[in-house]
Design a protein. Structure first.
Length: 299
């Protein structure tokens, strides 16, 4: 069934120049196809620098650029200068969720529960004992991430993550389960519990394998579900989520949730989580893309 959209000609920005380029190309293609099926004229732009030009007649922009170039605010700033409506967080809000150090600092001030964390400067050492998680602070899709269970493996893990960034975010590892809460505008979607067969929800489990289980709605009781959704909304608002987003959690065996991050431009691939959450409340992929696009506005 075709879903009416208030824009007739839009641009979908995809690709980028960062480590998440391939995922972005797939996500952008999926969004463009869904919008075309809804009767929208779509121009797809593979954006690799800020010199891109929008085709004549474009009325709004749907950025599907993951990581650098898309979630650092640079593309959004360009669109703001052009005065064209676009989807997603504003240029000055984007770094709050792209940079994990900023994310953690803001959520800490807002009293949003997170695992114990610290920043490791170039050449520095971790003050935590294993098990712990090491992250390149400006990467996504589990790129530049190492989970370390043995203390003797910490130096090698630090070296691996420093290939992506000289500064590293270290977190105490939270044993338990992983889940996520998606947003369509300010609407909180059902909780999804993620059960990777390999044990870790890494890049391979996210994009290259088909054996990861996604339980939606997650098998939590009403109180735990409300707790997760309420905490997710607080994180989403604190970090400047707008139009769409996804807040990721770890939940320990006692049921205590810890926020990991906000994705301001979540994936739109066949295995992506926001479309799964929307489908659980009867919103198909085409309708999801149109509803997100309809929120586009000039900043």
């Amino acid at each position: 069934m075709m879903v009416a959209c208030k824009f007739s000609h839009v641009a979908v920005l995809k690709g980028g120049s960062g480590s998440e380029r391939e995922v972005s190309l797939r996500s952008g293609t999926a969004v463009a196809e869904a919008l075309r099926a809804a009767g929208v004229s779509v121009s797809e732009l593979d954006v690799q620098d800020l010199g891109f030009k929008l085709p004549e007649g474009v009325e709004a922009v749907f950025p599907v650029l993951h990581g650098e170039m898309g979630e650092d605010g640079l593309v959004q700033h360009r669109l703001e200068e052009l005065g064209i409506p676009y989807v997603g967080s504003r240029s000055w809000e984007m770094p709050r969720s792209l940079d994990k150090e900023i994310t953690h600092a803001l959520l800490q001030v807002a009293d949003v529960p997170m695992a114990d964390w610290e920043m490791i400067e170039p050449g520095g050492k971790v003050n935590f004992e294993a098990p712990l998680v090491l992250k390149a602070p400006r990467q996504g899709s589990s790129i530049g991430l190492e989970i370390v269970f043995a203390q003797e493996d910490v130096p090698g893990a630090l070296e691996a993550v420093r290939k992506f960034d000289p500064r590293i975010l270290a977190e105490k590892f939270v044993d338990g389960t992983e889940c996520t809460v998606g947003f369509l505008g300010d609407r909180v979607l059902p909780v999804i519990q993620i059960v990777p067969q390999s044990g870790n929800y890494d890049y391979e489990a996210k994009y290259l394998r088909n054996d990861t289980q996604y339980l939606c709605p997650a098998p939590y009781d009403a109180a735990q579900t409300e707790k997760l959704q309420s905490m997710a909304l607080k994180a989403y608002k604190t970090l400047g989520g707008r139009h769409m987003g996804r807040v990721d959690f770890r939940v320990d065996p006692a049921g205590n949730p810890f926020v990991l991050e906000l994705n301001t431009i979540p994936g739109f691939t066949a295995t992506s989580l926001l479309p799964k959450a929307a489908a659980a409340v009867g919103i198909d992929f085409q309708t999801l893309c149109v509803r997100i696009l309809d929120q586009a506005e000039v900043v």
